[in-house]
Design a protein around this ligand. Structure first.
Ligand code: NAP
Length: 330
């Protein structure tokens, strides 16, 4: 299978290349693509290097699967070109996620949507949404959900490599300049991610609402709220989640359903939890602090942590690619 990675020099793109190195189906060198700024840049590949090229109209000829992580503008421009050239595009930006014709996929939840796909575009969900969706999907499947309320604690790597550099500079005491974030992020937390919307929310919060409903197939009728907060953590997002089910559910029953769900790990005891530092580098989503809401026997509270560059982006995309490849070889 010939694979292309657009955004290969970015945090997500480099993580994708690292994961693809392990995939036997990614034969030959991947086509590493980015902007003209990165043309000629060498990236590690299976003990050697792969040279990055500037994306252009011919980049996707002969490509079977194209993993995109270059932002919304390049995705809108190049995903249709790649799909027309015969590739399946798996896109990490928000450009296509709300298009009703485009599947929004977490393989453990709705991977069947991509089965049989030979070319076209698949959207990878927002990083915070993926980990929350993974945590609540077994509850939706077993008991049905009425409400999901989320407060995120999002690492700076979720905003790309410039954001990671900004936190490092501020931690080193350097004066701010051309900041990625709207306020200082070192020794601080910032309750705004993305553009401000008319209803008082920010774009990241709206993404969690819209995308969670689409992934769970609950376009209407599922109440979702989100407050998205940037924290001075380098990598891995956390989320405090409250769910209301359609009927009473104990933490023990919920833990059993979650533990049986692929890609989900559940803390062994109610007071146990994982932190972003511990989850950094792992592919699974971790649920801890699972407990009953004392106000409502149908409601549960939990703490959800995942590596935003892996399950929140690159690993989810590579899992989708693996499913496409498997389908083609059948
Ligand atoms: N970081 C995360 O945890 C995360 C999670 C989910 C989704 N995403 C999404 O994934 C995408 C990439 O995120 P990231 O964190 O990897 O960002 P990043 O570290 O800033 O990397 C951006 C990448 O996009 C490339 N690029 C930018 N403009 C381009 C253009 N006009 N044409 C071609 N390539 C271009 C850059 O290439 P140059 O080096 O040549 O500029 C670089 O390779 C974004 O859409 C982001 O929203 C990120």
């Amino acid at each position: 299978m010939r694979i292309a990675v657009l955004g290969a020099t970015g945090l997500v793109g480099r993580t994708m290349l690292g994961l693809l190195e392990e995939c036997a189906w990614a034969d030959g060198e991947p086509v590493a693509l980015a902007s003209a700024r990165s043309a000629g840049f060498e990236l590690p590949w299976r003990g050697g290097v792969v040279t990055c090229r500037a994306v252009d109209a011919a980049s996707f000829n002969g490509v079977d699967v194209a993993l995109f992580s270059a932002g919304g503008g390049p995705s809108r421009e190049w995903a249709p070109v790649a799909a027309k050239a015969g590739a399946v595009v798996i896109d990490n930006s928000s450009a296509w996620r709300q298009d009703p014709a485009i599947p929004l996929v977490v393989p453990e939840i709705n991977g069947a949507l991509v089965d049989g796909m030979r070319s076209g575009i698949i959207a990878n969900p927002n990083c915070s949404t993926i980990q929350v969706a993974q945590a609540v999907a077994p509850l939706e499947r077993a008991w049905g959900l009425e409400e999901v309320h989320v407060t995120t604690f999002q690492a700076v790597s979720g905003a790309g490599q410039k954001a990671v550099a900004e936190l490092a500079r501020q931690n080193a005491g350097e004066v701010m300049g051309a900041p990625v974030f709207p306020r200082a992020i070192a020794r601080n937390v910032i309750p705004s991610i993305g553009a401000a919307l008319d209803d008082g929310s920010f774009e990241e919060e709206a993404k969690v609402l819209r995308e969670l409903r689409k992934i769970l197939g609950r376009d209407e009728g599922l109440k979702v709220t989100c407050t998205a907060v940037r924290v001075p953590v380098v990598n891995a997002h956390a989320a405090a989640v409250r769910v209301v089910c359609r009927q009473p559910v104990t933490p023990g029953e919920a833990a059993a359903a979650m533990a049986a769900w692929p890609g989900l790990e559940v803390a062994a005891a109610p007071h146990d939890y994982a932190t972003p530092r511990e989850i950094d580098g792992r592919r699974t989503v971790h649920v801890g602090r699972l407990r009953q809401d004392p106000n409502d026997p149908r409601a549960l509270l939990c703490w959800v942590v995942a590596d935003n560059l892996l399950k929140g982006a690159a690993w989810n995309a590579v899992q989708i690619a693996a499913r496409i490849v498997e389908g083609r070889s059948r």
